[in-house]
Design a protein around this ligand. Structure first.
Ligand code: MOS
Length: 734
């Protein structure tokens, strides 16, 4: 189905199932331990052996020699795979550094061997006996040092490193009110619960991989390329995923090494990447240095806005697109954005929840707070004054929907924003300095082709098959709701099967594009199935109604299952998009409000209340959407206050590479969280009229906290995370 004109009324608009707060249909499987994650038992992979990964102990250089003799002789060892005996490995489309390193080493903890043994403990024990001698060479590990030599990266499609509109420098220089400030965000880790894990089984030259992966089609292709197999010989199965956040968008070492290990051992092999390896072996959100300049008239109108961002990556890696939101969020006639990329020999930087906007908003939304203060305008009002209903870089492109100001105003009302003291440090509650902060939320809505197959059986049961994944987001549930709505059956009559490369290719889970696109693919397949049903039952498909398990037209009706009484009916289709994303900028908007206290003596920060107001198209399931947003708000708290991969700038690695050293919020850190979804349907986005929500929820949160800390204490911290040491020396007198 081609979607190239705005959506009109369709069966989804009945909202009998869609739009209802529905518990996850996969919940019982998970809470009873019956959901089969990649590392668990699978019927076609009996008697598996265990692989344990050996990571490089240097960041850059060569393996001089490797002695495997003691490891090979250790109890239970079946095989050891290194670059010496792995055979020639190709490179996938989505990998920067090699997933099995050696003799060249590209980054610290790059895999150099996998030891396969009868038990996990034997593999782990033998892995300690692998002796590697390295010749280290000098690497670059310091973003600040690399900043001056940072280059303009190549553009990708319509994401170019530089944009300019009007005369930024002239307008900034002559602006009566100016801000020129630099902000930094650190390297961050996805730190999802389930590690990267895979089980591989070969039948001849056909490979099955049970793996934890967000993007089945990309990764199936990359497995084939890496191992030199025809794509049809590779099957990926990924029905349940214990969190991804972008860290599982791509093929990683666990899957490649499970496949190589299984080939060497001649039996199924499982590999779960050990937690302490994950932080340096896999990808992370790259650190940024961001310089923001804003010039405005005294009436609060922005006349010049400039945003430059520096980040680092391995050769062939890409920049963190931290300037993206600044191209779209606020009006202003004179504009410039620029991204620069330094070559660093740290582990690969790549997508993590809302890549670009998440760190970009951490900087921009403090800058907006600082600017509002300089102007003496309330921060909510300042943002409203600079609203734009068109893409400010391309004024002939309107936003399909844009309710930023509504989110701000409704949030301010609900949160009691009027009680905030504009002057910092004015509200005291015992030992606590109390402050409120606000920030906008913004994230784009991406349209991606997505396919599905639906089957109808004689009992009126509908089965959906698509390679879409559920990374804890609720895909199973919203897909079931979509099929139920389209076919006029209760949710219990729908079976959803996901995450298998033998199913039609979907958009996958990434960039908050999963929900809208994957359900639209299911919509398209259901439209076809409805036609097949109508034809089979002798109805005119244009006026057949599908309600309560019955198909009816005029005064005739028949049970849905009757269409499949002499054999299953199957339909397959995909949603494909025309130019609506070119003619109309599609984005999601929101507002984050935070109230917190800062201990006047210790600078301990305790959040008291949080509110997110979101305008993100039709909300397919308010319950799963709320879960996404409160999870994202929690992750934003981590970004504001805790998360930082500490770089060892001499040796080139992240020092705190486990969950003891890399801190993320726990329940006790998070107060009551409130969410509001504005009524919105976006006819430009898809027949579902939905957009993404999962990444909108994180964008802006950290800045709202930073602004609240400023409001509480008068201390403006521009370097994340905002830890106590950055406050203590500046605290007002107790
Ligand atoms: Mo997202 S960072 O594209 O999983």
């Amino acid at each position: 189905m081609k979607f190239d004109t705005p959506a009109t009324t369709n069966p989804i608009d009945q909202l009998k199932v869609i739009g209802h707060a529905t518990s996850r249909i996969d919940g019982p499987l998970k809470t009873t331990g019956r959901a089969t994650y990649a590392y668990e038992w699978h019927d076609r992979a009996t008697n598996p052996a265990y692989g344990y990964i050996v990571g490089s102990a240097i960041a850059k250089g060569r393996i001089a020699s490797m002695d495997l003799s003691r490891a090979k002789a250790a109890p239970g060892v079946i095989a050891i795979v290194t670059s010496e005996n792995a055979g020639k490995l190709g490179k996938g489309n989505y990998n920067t550094a090699k997933l099995l390193g050696g003799p060249e080493i590209d980054h610290y903890h790059q895999a150099v061997a996998v030891v396969v043994a009868e038990t996990f403990e034997q593999a782990r024990s033998a892995a300690q006996l692998v002796k590697v001698d390295y010749t280290a060479t000098k690497g670059s590990f310091d973003l600040w040092a690399g900043r001056d030599g940072a280059a303009k990266p190549p553009g990708r499609g319509d994401n170019q490193p530089d944009t300019t509109v009007g005369d930024f420098s002239g307008a900034f220089a002559s602006a009566p009110v100016q801000l020129d400030a630099t902000y930094t965000t650190p390297d961050q880790a996805h730190a999802m619960m389930e590690p990267h894990a895979s089980m591989a089984a070969w039948e001849g030259d056909k490979l099955t991989l049970w793996t934890s992966n967000q993007m089945i089609a990309w990764t199936t292709g990359d497995v084939a390329k890496t191992l030199g197999l025809p794509k049809e010989n590779v099957r990926l199965i990924s029905p349940f995923i214990g969190g991804g956040f972008g860290g599982k968008l791509f093929l990683r070492a666990d899957a490649v090494l499970a496949a190589l290990g299984a080939r060497a051992a001649n039996r199924p092999v499982k590999v779960a990447m050990q937690r302490p390896l994950m932080f340096n072996n896999t990808t992370h959100r790259p650190a940024t240095i961001q310089r923001i300049r804003i010039g405005a008239n005294r009436d609060g109108k922005i006349t010049a806005i400039g945003h430059e961002s520096w980040s680092g990556n391995l050769p062939e890696g890409r920049p963190e697109t931290a300037v993206n939101q600044t191209r779209l969020l606020y009006a202003g006639e004179n504009r410039m954005t620029a991204m620069r990329l330094a070559m660093l020999d740290l582990p690969e930087g790549n997508a993590m929840r809302a890549p670009g906007e998440a760190p970009g908003m951490m900087a921009l939304e403090i800058a907006m707070d600082e600017m509002a203060e300089r102007l003496g305008i309330d921060p909510v009002e300042f943002r409203a004054r600079n609203d734009t209903q068109v893409d400010p870089e391309h004024p002939n492109r309107p936003f399909s929907q844009r309710q930023l100001v509504e989110c701000m105003r409704i949030g301010a009302e609900r949160f009691g924003w009027s009680k905030r003291h504009a002057e910092p440090g004015k509200q005291r509650d015992g030992r606590w300095l109390v402050g409120m902060g606000v920030a906008a939320a913004f994230r784009n809505n991406l349209l991606m082709k997505s396919g599905a197959r639906v089957r109808l059986d004689g009992q009126g049961r509908v089965t959906v098959e698509t390679d879409m994944t559920d990374i804890g987001t609720g895909s199973y549930t919203i897909i079931a709701q979509t099929a139920a709505e389209m076919m006029g059956v209760p949710l219990e009559k729908v079976v959803v099967r996901l995450g298998d490369s033998s199913f039609p290719v979907s958009a996958g889970s990434g960039g908050q594009f999963g929900a809208n696109n994957s359900t639209s693919g299911v919509y398209a397949a259901c439209v076809k199935l409805r036609e097949a049903v109508a034809q089979k039952l002798g109805f005119n498909s244009a006026d057949a109604a599908f309600v309560d398990g019955q198909v009816s037209s005029g005064n005739r009706s028949a049970p849905l299952g009757q269409a499949a009484s002499d054999g299953e009916l199957t339909a397959e289709d995909s949603i494909e998009y025309g130019d609506l994303a070119k003619t109309h900028q599609q984005s999601t908007f929101g507002a984050h409000f935070v109230e917190l206290g800062v201990d006047v003596a210790t600078a301990e920060i305790r959040i008291r209340r949080m509110l997110a107001v979101c305008a993100a198209g039709r909300i397919l399931n308010p319950k799963t959407a709320r879960s996404q947003v409160i999870g994202a708000m929690t992750m934003g708290v981590g970004a504001a206050l805790m998360e930082e991969l500490a770089v060892d700038k001499r040796s080139g690695f992240f020092v705190n590479h486990d969950l003891a050293g890399y801190e993320v919020p726990v329940h006790a850190d998070i107060p009551h969280q409130d969410t509001i979804f504005l009524d919105e349907t976006d006819p430009m986005s898809s027949p579902m009229k939905a957009k993404g929500i999962a990444e909108l929820g994180i964008c802006g949160v950290a800045a709202a906290l930073a602004n609240a800390i400023y409001n509480a204490t008068g201390i403006r911290v521009r370097d994340y995370p905002i830890t106590l040491d950055k406050l203590l020396d500046h605290m007002p007198d107790a």
